[in-house]
Write a protein that binds this ligand. Structure first.
Ligand code: CAA
Length: 241
């Protein structure tokens, strides 16, 4: 029986590539999304992957959404916490709404999504939790106090939970992408990308979503059973830890 994987924010950007790569690797995939019905319908039509709409910043919505996925596809073995937003602003201009939106969607979602699945993974003695953090959670980024805080939080969450899951056959890892060619990065002023970002990437280009998806497929596999609590950097050499 194919293992079931849930990818949050799984219909666009890095998440879309992850959903497709997991399907190609033989998993039964559920792609969650929050709001863009049009993009989700197009994704579903093109890939044949099931899509589920709920807001990962809301705990009750996650419980209900995951219950529906498990009813339709079976128990979830692989969770990819990928959904994320930016509300960039220099801190002296940042509003409480910008702070809360990013912390709720990017960090509180880890509890909301992982907690409802955790006991089932423990009972079945198998699980893979993969959190898509960011280079900016490792090095910090001007204009992203909210996002950097949330993404650094991802890494702490993973390291704590990895210790709890280890004896139950559950691995918990984070991936820290650098600047990947998605709508999120393309939303940055092109002048800033040219002047302030690209010169700091030794490979000399943005990453591709598929380059992150391949990391996920590896961490989800049986071959990665001894890897837990790790932070896998995929950033073109921009930041080395
Ligand atoms: N790296 C280095 N320097 C940066 C920078 C960056 N990422 N972003 C901005 N700067 C510099 C600008 O070049 C500018 O320098 P100068 O004064 O020398 O021209 C200075 O910071 C101030 O920037 P702005 O004039 O643009 O200030 P603003 O208040 O108008 O806008 C901002 C602030 C909204 C944060 C805007 O600068 C911006 O969008 N910056 C990009 C921030 C960024 O890198 N976000 C990452 C988004 S992608 C993502 O988050 C995915 C991921 O995980 C990597």
């Amino acid at each position: 029986m194919a293992r079931v994987a849930v990818v949050t924010g799984g219909t666009r950007g890095i998440g879309e590539a992850i959903s497709i790569a997991l399907k190609q690797a033989g998993y039964l995939v559920a792609a969650n999304y929050a709001g863009n019905d049009e993009a989700a319908a197009k994704f579903k039509a093109e890939t044949g992957i099931a899509v589920y709409k709920w807001d990962v910043s809301n705990y009750e919505s996650c419980v209900a959404g995951l219950a529906q996925v498990e009813k339709d596809l079976g128990p979830v073995d692989i969770l990819v916490n990928n959904a994320g937003i930016t509300r960039d602003a220099m801190f002296h201009k940042m509003t409480l709404d910008q702070w809360n939106a990013v912390i709720n969607t990017n960090l509180n979602s880890l509890f909301n999504m992982t907690r409802p699945l955790w006991e089932g993974m423990r009972a079945r003695k198998f699980g893979r939790v993969i959190c898509i953090s960011s280079i900016n959670g490792q090095k910090g980024q001007m204009g992203q106090a909210n996002y950097s805080a949330a993404k650094a939080g991802d890494i702490g969450f993973v390291k704590a939970l990895a210790q709890e899951g280890a004896r139950a056959g559950i691995t918990v890892n984070s991936i820290t992408p650098g600047y990947i060619a998605t709508e999120m990065v393309k939303a940055i002023d092109p002048a800033i990308i040219e002047k302030s970002i690209l010169p700091h990437i030794p490979v000399g280009r943005l990453g591709e979503p598929e380059e992150i998806a391949r990391c996920v497929v590896f961490l989800a596999s049986d071959n990665a059973g001894f890897i837990t609590g790790s932070t896998l950097s995929a950033n073109g050499g921009q930041y080395m830890v």
